[in-house]
Structure formats: C-alpha cells, structure tokens
Design a protein around this ligand. Sequence first.
Ligand code: SF4
Length: 56
Amino acid sequence: MELKGKQTIYCSVDSCKYNEKREICSLENIEVAPCNHVHSGKAEEESLCSSYQRDY
Ligand code: SF4
C-alpha cells in the first residue's frame, strides 16, 4: 500500500511498548482494525490498534 504523507500518532495507551510518556506512538505507522462482532457505532467499541504490543 502506498503511504500518503506523514501523521503524528498521539496515543495514551501506557501498557503498549511503543507508547512514549502516555502521549505518543513511536511507530512510523500503525494498523487500526475493527473489533469483531461489534456494530454499536461507539468509538470505544468499534476499533482498536492492531499494532499494540504488551510492554513487559
Ligand atoms: S502501537 Fe497502537 S497502542 Fe501502541 S502506542 Fe502505538 S498507537 Fe498506541
């Protein structure tokens, strides 16, 4: 897939190993996926970051 421009990824998921200071994602890009079997239309239920990795 061709990348279009650049974006800053703001993220506050502190438990992810790519998160810095509960502010920003250190990856150059991420993949966002739909949550399975959810069609509520509520943002907190419909999508999630598929690039998440647990920070051990
Ligand atoms: S990979 Fe996803 S969850 Fe992790 S810091 Fe980046 S945007 Fe946040």
